[in-house]
Design a protein around this ligand. Sequence first.
Ligand code: UGA
Length: 443
Amino acid sequence: MRITVIGTGYLGAVHAVCMAQAGHEVLGLDMDAAKIDALSAGRAPFFEPGLPELLGEGLDSGRLSFTTDPAEAAAFGEVHFLCVGTPQQPGSNAADLRYLHAAVEALAPHLHRPCLVVGKSTVPVGTAAVLAAKLAELAPVGAEAELAWNPEFLREGFAVEDTLRPDRLVVGVTGEHAEAVLREVYAPVLALGTPWISTDLATAELVKTAANSFLATKISFINAMAEICDATGANVTTLADAIGHDARIGRRFLDAGLGFGGGCLPKDIRAFHARAQELGVGSALDFLSHVDTINLRQRTRTVEAARELLGGEFAGRRVTVLGVTFKPDSDDIRDSPSLHVARMIAAEGAEVRVHDPEGLANAKSAHPELECVESVEDACAGADLLLHLTPWRQYRELDPAEVATWVRAPRLLDGRNALDAPRWAAAGWTLRLLGKPAPAPAS
Ligand code: UGA
């Protein structure tokens, strides 16, 4: 099939590459010429395992190309995927839909033959119906430019895998034709036995916001338990393991620590609550503001624990932050909990050095006040305290005895409860964990 993908950010670039991999002819469209030049030259504009290889294969096959021209995209495709961002509005909790409206306004006037426009962006419920009306009004082909909604559930770091082999496919449609077209688009994925859920537009939109809200709630639930564990000397990891054995609960997304960040969960729970308030049912989602508060409190709890480890004062102390991205296997620093903590500690007068395997370039341009250091050893040199805040594999592979020779004092706060605490303690480190007692350092 001939498919266009509008918006080549995280979602769109991965979707375009994967659709070409699935055998379709794909044209990616973006207004950002630098991004289009990079993609056309085979350079992925962000770090995502497996993406550069598939981008190269797509370009070499001749099935994948990119443009900045909406008229070219309209003439090319029989199916147009909308993959633009829906960030949080400045000064409000609601989602900013301007890029989505701009994409429809740019594409629609060039639609002269019947086609299917498929939204993938995360949106407040009700958006698809508004866009469907706008599309029919602006497109010369009128209502034969149909709209469907097909939310995306990919995780950064596993984006290619999640797109080619998703847990499920959800489509919101207003008729059988749209569903048939989407079944054809996803035929190779359906052939793997992937569950297919076909529903109305509103339910499809809600599936995405409900899923992200549930995941965020799960993380804040376990972090609330971590606070109780800290007050009682109990162990949150054992607690999570034990409740996670109950298949109704499940162990995944019960890792307590610094909490969630990124370009999705935080803004999605806020936008969902804001939309519910607009609909007059805000109280149904009031709990999401508690989920948000618990999550943000993990950042201040981490700063307090770090201050305590330093004997009560940050001023004049050297603190090394390991990890600046919001999660490992990504270079994304949007709403990164670790960067937030690093900035709070720097604001209290500590000399903060940060390290990350992939996120330093982004951190450096967004926060020039932080000292970004390329090697872990240099970042740790002379430190009074290490903060392990993004659980990259590289940090789990460090030798605690060797790291002890780099720092001024062997103090470590593991904000992700991901390092081998007994091993670090045995090498003489004074440890602090979130939600569980730390083993005493070997003397
Ligand atoms: C999230 C969802 O998991 C995807 O299904 C969804 O498609 C995506 O948002 C989106 O809306 O586009 P992502 O933002 O890539 O994916 O990251 P997650 O893997 O969900 O992690 C989010 C944050 O939660 C990270 O900061 C991570 O460190 C934290 N986390 C995760 C925990 O603190 N504890 C856990 O147990 C799991």
